[in-house]
Design a protein around this ligand. Sequence first.
Ligand code: HEC
Length: 143
Amino acid sequence: MLRMISIVCALLLGASLVYAQSTAIAERKDILKGFGAAARDPGAMLKGEAAFDLAKVQNFLKVLQDGSPKLKALFPADSKSGGETKALPAIWDNQADFFARFDKLAVDAKAAEVAIKDEASFKTELPKVLGNCGGCHRPYRGQ
Ligand code: HEC
């Protein structure tokens, strides 16, 4: 009987660990998808394919400031695989560098929020923020 109970407990524990791991992957993907969605309009504005809209730009910068600190908690050691993650092992080999990039993204988004007042300042400031995306994806996100 005792053996039965311990087997059931082990199974439940295993299931909850898998659950924790897959929720971290799902949650970080959700936040990053939100980054991508919020970047779409400002990206079009940069290319001159959409009219400059300060409110949409400020919203994007707020989404980044809100999501970056949350993302730092969503790459636990047990979330290296599963959930169709594209996260590369390099993340866990260079954790300090990886997390510092989320700090920098939030700092740069805050600075841009203050600096962007019109279309001209948008065109000089926004690329500095967007550089953080590709800068992190290259070493840390697989194809
Ligand atoms: C510090 C590193 C880092 C920064 C900065 C970063 N990303 Fe990512 N991004 C990742 C990683 C790692 C993944 C893969 C996550 C996974 O699959 O588990 C990812 C995935 C994504 C995805 C795909 C999400 C999905 O699964 O559908 C989008 C979209 C995305 N990022 C957009 C952005 C945008 C836009 C920015 C800049 C505003 C940005 N990211 C900044 C590391 C970063």
